[in-house]
Write a protein that binds this ligand. Structure first.
Ligand code: FAD
Length: 533
C-alpha cells in the first residue's frame, strides 16, 4: 500500500499520532499493529489485565537477560493488541510532574515543556472532576478516580495523611507529597485504552487504514531516505510505502530493535549481529531507564479486600458475572487503588518515590500465571520515581524473530540504591501507622527475610523478588546534540522520513507511570508533523 504516513505500533503513542495525522482528510495514513483487534471483552473489563498480560496472543513476553545476584531470568510483558500496553495495563492515569517537563525544556527540548504538555492533557482528557487550567474536560479520553474501593483503602489514605502526606482528590493536580485514590483510565467500569479514545471514534475516516496482525520486520530505504516498512502478516511479507514519513511507535523495546535490524544503531552491535550499518548511532538501545518494584505483602486480620472475591476460578467467575451485570465490583477496579508520591530522602526537593497499594495479594509473581492468595491480604509496591541506572536493548541477530537482549542494570547508581532503601522503609512505616496498622496481622513478604536496617538486604530483595515496573524509557532518546538518535522534533538523525514517537524518546524518566505522558506525546507529535515541524 502507498500512503503519506505509516505509523507502526497502535499503542499509547501510536493511536493519538494516527488520530491527529488523519484529521487532515488530504493525508492518507496507515496504522500497523502486530497484535489482534481489541474486541475481546477482557480489554474493556479492567481486571481483565491478568488474563491479557499472561496470554501471548495479547502480550509480548520479552525474555530479560539473567541478572545478579541470582541470575534469574525474567519476562517483560508489553501490550500486543490494538491499543498496545494501554489495553492491558494497570489503568493508573498518572501524568508526571511539572518539573519533569520543565527539565526537558531546560535540556533544550522546548516543544515538550510543561506548558505544551498541559495543553495536550487539556485537549485529550475528559476528567469528571471538571476542567481547570491544568486538566481537561470533554476530550476523547475518559478518565476517573477509583470508585467502590474496598473500605480498607480509605484506611491506607488516612495512614498516609497521618504521616504528613496530603490526602488529595486528584493525584495529578499537585506535585507535593500526596496520597489518594488512583486516577484511572476507567469510566463507568470500562477501560479506556488509547485505541478506544483515539481510533475507534474515527474508524470511518476514509483516509485512515488500520491493519492488525501486521508485524513490521524491517524498514525500507532508498539512499538516505526511509521509504516504508516490510510487514509480515499471516506468514506473507508485504512492503508498504510512505510518501512523507514512517513513524515508529513500537514501544521502548521494539522501536530500538526495529531500528537496529534495519541498520540504525551502534556499529559494533550491528556488525556483531551481521547487519549492514546504515547509521552508526551509538545511543539506539542504550541509556534505558526502568523502574524496579519493591514489594511488600501483609496478612489482614479481617476477611476484607479482594482475595475472597478473586482467588479461585469459581470466585472469579462470580465476580465476572457481577461485573457484566453491573459494571461494578473488584473486576471494575484498576491494578492499584491507592497511590502515594513521597520523599524517600527527607531533603528531596520533590517526591522521589511512588507507592502503589491494592487490597489483594499475589501468591508469588509469575506474569504467565498470576494467582491471588486465598487468605485476606494486601500488597504494596514502590519504586524510585526517576531512576538513573542505565540499561540497554541490543540485537544479536539480523533475524527480526530473534528476541533482543534486555539488560536493565537495576541499582547500578548509588542514587537509586539510596532512594530505594528509603522508600522501602516508608512502605513499612505506612503499614505501622494507624488507622491502617490495626487491620494488619503481619507482613508476609519479605517479612523476617529483610531487616529494615540492612540496606544490602533491602536492595537484594527487590532484585530477587521484585519485578520490572513496565515503564522502560529512553532507548531512542531525543536530544539537542548529535549524539542522541533523535532531534528535538523526534526525527531520526542520519536518515530522512523517519521519526520515533513512544516511550523510547524521553531522555529522562517522567515521574511514574507512562501511559498518560505517551498519549499526550502522541497527540503533540501528530500535531507537530501536521504543522510541518
Ligand atoms: C502490564 C503493564 C502494566 C502497566 N500499568 C500501567 C499503569 O497502570 N499506568 C500507566 O500509566 N502505565 C502502565 N504501564 C506502562 C504503559 O502502559 C506503557 O509505558 C505505555 O503504554 C507505552 O506506550 P508506547 O506507546 O511506548 O508503547 P505500547 O503502548 O506498548 O505500544 C506499542 C505497540 O507497538 C506494537 N508493536 C510492537 N512491535 C511491533 C512490530 N514489530 N510491528 C507492529 N507493531 C508492533 C505493539 O504490539 C504495541 O501495540 C503498564 C505496562 C504494562 C505492560
Amino acid at each position: 500500500m502507498d500512503v503519506d504516513y505509516i505509523v507502526v505500533g497502535a499503542g499509547s503513542a501510536g493511536c493519538p499520532v494516527a488520530n491527529r495525522l488523519s484529521s487532515d482528510p488530504k493525508r492518507q495514513v496507515l496504522l500497523l499493529e502486530a497484535g489482534p483487534d481489541d474486541k475481546t471483552p477482557l480489554v474493556r473489563m479492567p481486571k481483565g489485565f491478568g488474563k491479557l498480560s499472561s496470554n501471548p496472543k495479547y502480550s509480548w513476553h520479552f525474555p530479560q537477560a539473567p541478572f545478579p545476584p541470582r541470575h534469574q531470568a525474567e519476562t517483560w510483558v508489553r501490550g500486543k493488541v490494538l491499543g498496545g500496553s494501554s489495553a492491558i495495563n494497570g489503568l493508573v492515569y498518572n501524568r508526571g510532574n511539572q518539573a519533569d517537563f520543565d527539565h526537558l525544556a531546560a535540556l533544550g527540548l522546548t516543544r515538550w515543556s510543561w506548558d505544551e504538555v498541559v495543553a495536550a492533557y487539556r485537549a485529550i482528557e475528559d476528567n469528571p472532576l471538571g476542567a481547570t487550567p491544568t486538566r481537561g474536560s470533554g476530550g476523547p479520553l475518559k478518565i476517573s478516580p477509583v470508585r467502590d474501593a474496598d473500605p480498607i483503602c480509605s484506611e491506607v489514605i488516612d495512614a498516609g495523611a497521618a504521616l504528613g502526606w496530603r490526602a488529595v482528590e486528584d493525584l495529578n493536580e499537585t506535585d507535593d507529597e500526596r496520597i489518594g485514590f488512583s486516577m484511572t483510565t476507567i469510566r463507568d467500569g470500562e477501560r479506556w485504552s488509547a485505541a478506544r479514545a483515539f481510533i475507534h471514534p474515527i474508524a470511518d475516516r476514509p483516509n485512515l487504514t488500520v491493519e492488525t496482525g501486521a508485524v513490521a520486520v524491517k524498514l525500507l530505504r532508498d539512499g538516505d531516505r526511509i521509504t516504508g516498512v516490510r510487514v509480515r502478516r499471516g506468514g506473507v511479507e508485504v512492503d508498504h510505502h510512505a510518501r512523507r514519513e514512517v513513524i515508529l511507535s513500537l514501544g521502548s523495546v521494539n522501536s530500538p530493535k526495529l531500528l537496529q535490524v534495519s541498520g540504525i544503531g551502534p556499529a559494533e552491535v550491528l556488525q556483531a549481529a551481521a547487519v549492514d550499518v546504515v547509521v552508526d548511532s551509538p545511543r539506539v538501545g542504550a541509556n534505558m531507564l526502568e523502574h524496579r518494584c519493591f514489594v511488600i505483602h501483609h496478612r489482614l486480620k479481617e476477611n476484607v479486600g479482594y482475595n475472597k472475591l478473586l482467588s479461585t476460578v469459581p470466585r472469579q467467575t462470580l465476580s465476572a458475572l457481577r461485573y457484566y451485570a453491573t459494571k461494578r465490583g473488584p473486576m471494575a477496579t484498576p491494578a492499584y487503588d491507592v497511590i502515594a508520591f513521597v520523599k524517600a530522602r527527607h531533603d528531596a526537593d520533590r517526591p522521589d518515590a511512588q507507592l502503589l497499594t491494592s487490597p489483594f495479594s499475589l501468591a508469588g509473581y509469575d506474569v504467565k500465571k498470576p494467582m491471588l492468595e486465598r487468605e485476606p491480604g494486601m500488597q504494596m509496591i514502590g519504586y524510585v520515581l526517576r531512576p538513573e541506572s542505565e540499561g540497554s536493548i541490543t540485537i544479536t541477530s539480523a533475524d527480526p524473530d530473534v528476541p533482543a537482549v534486555i539488560t536493565p542494570n537495576y541499582f547500578q547508581s548509588s542514587y537509586d540504591r539510596e532512594v530505594g532503601v528509603g522508600l522501602f522503609r516508608k512502605m513499612r512505616e505506612l503499614f505501622e501507622t494507624e488507622p491502617l496498622a490495626a487491620h494488619i496481622d503481619h507482613e508476609t513478604h519479605p517479612g523476617g527475610l529483610v531487616d529494615s536496617n540492612d540496606e544490602e538486604a533491602i536492595i537484594e530483595n527487590a532484585l530477587t523478588s521484585g519485578y520490572c515496573g513496565y515503564h522502560s524509557v529512553a532507548t531512542v532518546a531525543m536530544g539537542t546534540d548529535d549524539s542522541y538518535p533523535l532531534d528535538p522534533e523526534l526525527r531520526v538523525r542520519g536518515v530522512e522520513g523517519l521519526r520515533v514517537v513512544d516511550t523510547s524518546v524521553v531522555p529522562t524518566m517522567v515521574s511514574g507511570n507512562c501511559n498518560a505522558p505517551m498519549m499526550a506525546f502522541g497527540w503533540m507529535a501528530g500535531n507537530l508533523i501536521l504543522e510541518g515541524g
